[in-house]
Design a protein around this ligand. Structure first.
Ligand SMILES: [Zn+2]
Length: 137
């Protein structure tokens, strides 16, 4: 599985952190952590935005985060028609990462609110693709 298998629609075919999709397929949502300065990035990055190092390791985002904001999408872009309607959200996690993604269908049917606790979960899509979404902890 490569980065081309990530998400509802791939906007880039490959990435130096292509294993990201493989981790999702194994049920793990992973970030990258710089081996030199400890900076954590999500989506994972092979080049540290803090110190420029190319040395990184994978770490799981398996903690509880908090919803920062959200919006309900009724008319999505090309490639997302089958997902409609859905809720896009941003959540912050204690690791220091801010994550953009969809709420799970189950969570979207509740009353989302700022500050709501969420976890990240891997999600398998049609056509054997993988992604992640926010779920209830
Ligand atoms: Zn660094």
């Amino acid at each position: 599985m490569s980065f081309a298998d990530f998400g509802v629609r791939s906007f880039v075919p490959d990435s130096q952190v292509g294993e990201f999709a493989s981790h999702l397929r194994q049920g793990k949502v992973m970030a990258s952590r710089c081996r030199d300065c400890g900076h954590v990035a999500f989506p994972p990055r092979s080049g540290c935005t803090n110190c420029g190092s190319a040395a990184f390791e994978w770490i799981a985002i398996d903690e509880v985060g908090r919803l920062v904001t959200y919006t309900r999408v009724e008319y999505g872009p090309a490639g997302f028609e089958a997902e409609l309607p859905y809720v896009l959200a941003i959540a912050r996690f204690p690791l220091g990462v801010t994550v953009f993604g969809q709420l799970s269908r189950e969570l979207a049917q509740t009353q989302p609110h700022v500050g709501m606790p969420v976890k990240l979960a891997a999600r398998l899509l049609a056509n054997n693709r993988a992604s992640y979404h926010f779920v209830q902890p």
